[in-house]
Design a protein. Structure first.
Length: 305
């Protein structure tokens, strides 16, 4: 059945690999992640955002994921990604989520601690793990030193934050950003900062905004009419280095969206008479599955289920 993120991430941090957290919005994405996990014999985190809940419904998504977990031989968790208020956290815990993230990174330090501790006190008695975030995600290649210090995770503050909140995992800001347009120039991650944080915190660390935006997907999408000029993600070698420095959970959303969009465009362009949703969405599901399998191999989680 479903396990917690703590169950998945503690071994990952200890053994030097990472578990992918894949954002889902519909049945096809759930199937893509579950089938990839089974074929790769990899653990997987199925992540749901508040916007996905608004789109598809909390009950629908939780039941689809639970069904996938029940029919799978690998370990999976159901995780709330970027929850920003106590009400959403409470609803997800009640719905059977095994992990929740409370994102108080936009708050002042003490306010973030207070909100995070409140969620920990709610979740832990129900055997639900908690992830929090300290620092703000933003590309840093054009930031001044002062601007970087203002948005990136401070190692000493991170140590205090973990001690006072009792969280199970911490998302850190080291230069990544959300979306398909992460950098204007070359990717720049603060690996020294990550190394320092990792040395101070013996917890699984989390990297958000880590999609690599593969060129083959962008080219395929553009071929069939998408306008994605300038899209750029995190180089795979950066991901490998981050894992070696303590990253045990890596969030992937953009790459799945791009694979889905590119393939739907391809099917509709090549088969203009097609109107069966299964024949349009089926290939898109397969494309997303290949992306997920590639991430599992990159992260080193294949064979770890």
């Amino acid at each position: 059945m479903l396990v917690t993120n703590k169950d998945l991430l503690v071994p990952a941090r200890r053994k030097g690999y990472a578990v992918g957290a894949f954002n889902i919005n519909n049945l096809e994405t759930v199937l893509a992640v579950a089938e990839a996990a089974t074929e790769e014999k990899s653990p997987a985190i199925i992540a749901v955002t508040p916007s996905a809940i608004k789109y598809a419904g909390l009950s629908y998504l939780s039941k689809i994921v639970k069904t996938a977990a029940e029919s799978s031989a690998v370990s999976m968790s159901l995780h709330l990604d970027h929850g920003e208020d106590f009400e959403t956290e409470s609803k997800c815990v009640a719905a059977g989520f095994t992990s929740v993230m409370i994102d108080g990174s936009h708050l002042k330090f003490e306010e973030n601690i207070a909100l995070t501790k409140k969620v920990v006190d709610l979740a832990h008695p129900k055997a639900v793990s908690v992830e929090a975030e300290l620092g703000r995600l933003a590309g840093i290649e054009e930031k001044t030193v002062e601007e970087k210090e203002a948005i990136l995770t401070d190692p000493d503050s991170a140590k205090e934050f973990v001690s006072r909140t009792g969280v199970d995992a911490l998302a850190v800001a080291v230069g990544t950003s959300h979306g398909a347009y992460k950098f204007k120039g070359e990717a720049e991650l603060d690996f020294e900062r990550l190394k320092t944080i990792s040395g101070k915190i013996d917890l699984p660390l989390v990297l958000h905004g880590a999609s690599s935006v593969p060129a083959w997907i962008i080219e395929k999408a553009a071929k069939y009419g998408a306008e994605l000029g300038g899209a750029k993600g995190i180089p795979e070698e950066h991901i490998i280095r981050a894992i070696s420095l303590g990253i045990a959970k890596i969030n992937i959303d953009t790459d799945l969206r791009l694979a889905f969009t590119a393939t739907v465009r391809e099917v509709l362009a090549n088969q203009p008479k097609e109107f069966d949703p299964r024949k349009i969405l089926g290939p898109a599901k397969e494309a997303m599955k290949e992306v997920v399998k590639g991430k599992m191999r990159l992260f080193g989680s294949s064979g770890k289920a």
